[in-house]
Write a protein that binds this ligand. Structure first.
Ligand code: GLN
Length: 468
């Protein structure tokens, strides 16, 4: 039977396997053929598996996630040639569920970026328009799913790296509640923020994959047991209270086409029976980004100290130990990790610690409380995921601050540890617009329910127009 990898959802692929209408081998080969046909142009993958290692639905995994016996570079030269001797817990859980590893996807170096242009192995291109970025840092996973090169994929999200690329590629992405998915074996960026989550074509696929990877792991002490995942079926939104935070929907820099598509989706939610109300998150939007760009680099500067030429990957020459370490880090890290290490080391240095890092932590508490207050009156809140649609490659690479602004709308809920789902809600100038749904802690089932009902009503076609 011929397999249309552009349209097939993971759930449908499971059905085909269960009914023995296809074999795991045929599925794997179909995705391999799609990769051979289209990944030369897109560069979503850094490594591809020749033979399926299991009989189930294939999955692509972001290259910051450890895969036993398979290179894991985090998009960095400093980890070139590094082959983990163990699986991350999320990888092990996918394997235990029968999923077969299809390949490792491109990422900004150490997941630092919003366009995948910071990958040391070259950028990924957006399947809707290859002159544009797929978003980042999980642009490889998002482009792979969008272009039918993988039925679904795992990403990681520190300040928006699952949600924002999903938005820019017209697919679904979930950043789960902090603590619901293990980070054991995931290359650490900013440990108080990092979360692993699904990148999929549909909300139901997203719920299925979240069900596979989530839950307590004794190797990650920040994890907890999670409520049972409900596969969403409801098509109406009766009784659901949706808050529209003014500042997240009217922030400077939101493109008119993005605003219009999001407004139309909110109207659609109202037509499905949801109660819509305005709310406010003033400090979260004013200070979220600044606060994130202190805390994330501070933690990164500490996490990246382990790349010393001794323990992993690259080792440069040097007359003595100190010189070897310096040369290794100079040669192995790209500009963005170096920038963050410098920013973070500065923010943590004595004399500046209280003024920057400690202050940012206090602001973070304010952001958390502001969100808690909103969730007393609403089941979830909505906004655009990204202020803009996919931009041209190179448009923001010379201006780190412009690049950081991409995450203006995704960062506040990440700082608060809350789950966020991005679903496509329409097009602006032919490019996908993402709708961000944010819930209270452990509110994933509500996000799936509302996301699914809206997905049905909006009937967005996730196959990029130029590939139909
Ligand atoms: N773009 C943000 C950053 O550069 C978020 C990245 C992420 O979520 N990993 O830090």
């Amino acid at each position: 039977m011929s397999i249309d990898t552009l349209r097939l959802t993971a759930e449908e692929a499971m059905g085909l396997l269960e009914r023995k209408e296809v074999s795991g081998r045929e599925l794997h080969d179909a995705y391999r053929a799609a990769i051979d046909a289209r990944d030369g142009e897109l560069h979503a993958f850094l490594w591809v598996q020749d033979e399926p290692d299991r009989g189930g639905v294939p999955i692509a995994i972001k290259d910051v996630i450890s895969t036993k016996g398979v290179p894991t570079t985090a998009g960095s030269k400093i980890l070139e040639g590094y082959v983990p001797v163990f699986d991350a817990t999320v990888t092990a859980r996918c394997k235990a569920a029968g999923l077969s590893l299809l390949g490792k996807t491109n990422t900004d170096e150490f997941a630092m970026g919003s366009s995948t242009e910071n990958s040391a192995y070259g950028p990924t291109h957006n399947p809707w328009d290859p002159t544009r970025v797929p978003g980042g840092s999980g642009g490889g996973s998002a482009a792979a799913v969008s272009a039918g090169l993988a039925p679904w994929a795992l990403g990681s999200d520190t300040g928006g790296s699952i949600k924002q690329p999903a938005a820019l590629c017209g697919i679904v992405g979930l950043r789960p509640t902090y603590g619901t998915v293990s980070r054991y074996g995931v290359v650490a960026f900013a440990s108080s923020l990092d979360q692993v989550g699904p990148t999929t074509k549909t909300v139901r696929d997203c719920a299925l994959l979240y069900g596979i990877i989530s839950g307590r792991d004794e190797n990650d002490s920040t994890t907890v047991d999670v409520p049972k995942v409900d596969l969403p079926t409801a098509e109406d939104l009766k009784g659901v209270r949706i808050g529209v935070p003014r500042e997240l929907n009217e922030a400077e820099g939101i493109e008119p086409g993005v605003r219009n598509a999001v407004r139309a989706a909110i109207d659609r939610a109202a037509a499905l029976g949801a109660e819509i109300g305005e709310c406010s998150l003033p400090r979260s939007v004013d200070y979220g980004l600044a606060c994130y760009y202190l805390i994330a680099p501070a933690e990164a500067s500490s996490n990246l100290a382990r790349y010393d030429g001794v323990r992993y990957g690259l080792r440069a020459e040097g007359a003595d130990f100190r010189e070897m370490v310096m040369n290794t880090r100079r040669a192995g890290f790209g500009d963005e990790p170096k920038r963050r290490i410098m920013l973070g080391t500065y923010a943590l240095s004595s004399g500046y610690y209280d003024a920057y890092y400690a202050k940012a932590q206090k602001v973070r508490t304010v952001i958390k409380r502001e969100h808690d207050a909103v969730f007393e009156n609403f089941d979830l809140i909505v906004s655009p995921t990204s202020p803009t649609v996919a931009f041209e490659l190179g448009a923001k690479t010379a201006d780190p601050l412009a690049m950081y602004l991409n995450d203006l709308l995704t960062i506040p809920s990440c700082m608060a540890g809350l789950p966020g789902l991005s679903i496509p809600c329409g097009l602006s100038a032919g490019l996908p617009v993402g709708l961000q749904l944010v819930g209270p802690q452990f509110g994933e089932n509500t996000l799936f329910k509302v996301g699914h009902a809206l997905e049905r009503a909006l009937e967005f076609d996730f196959v990029p127009e130029r590939l139909r």
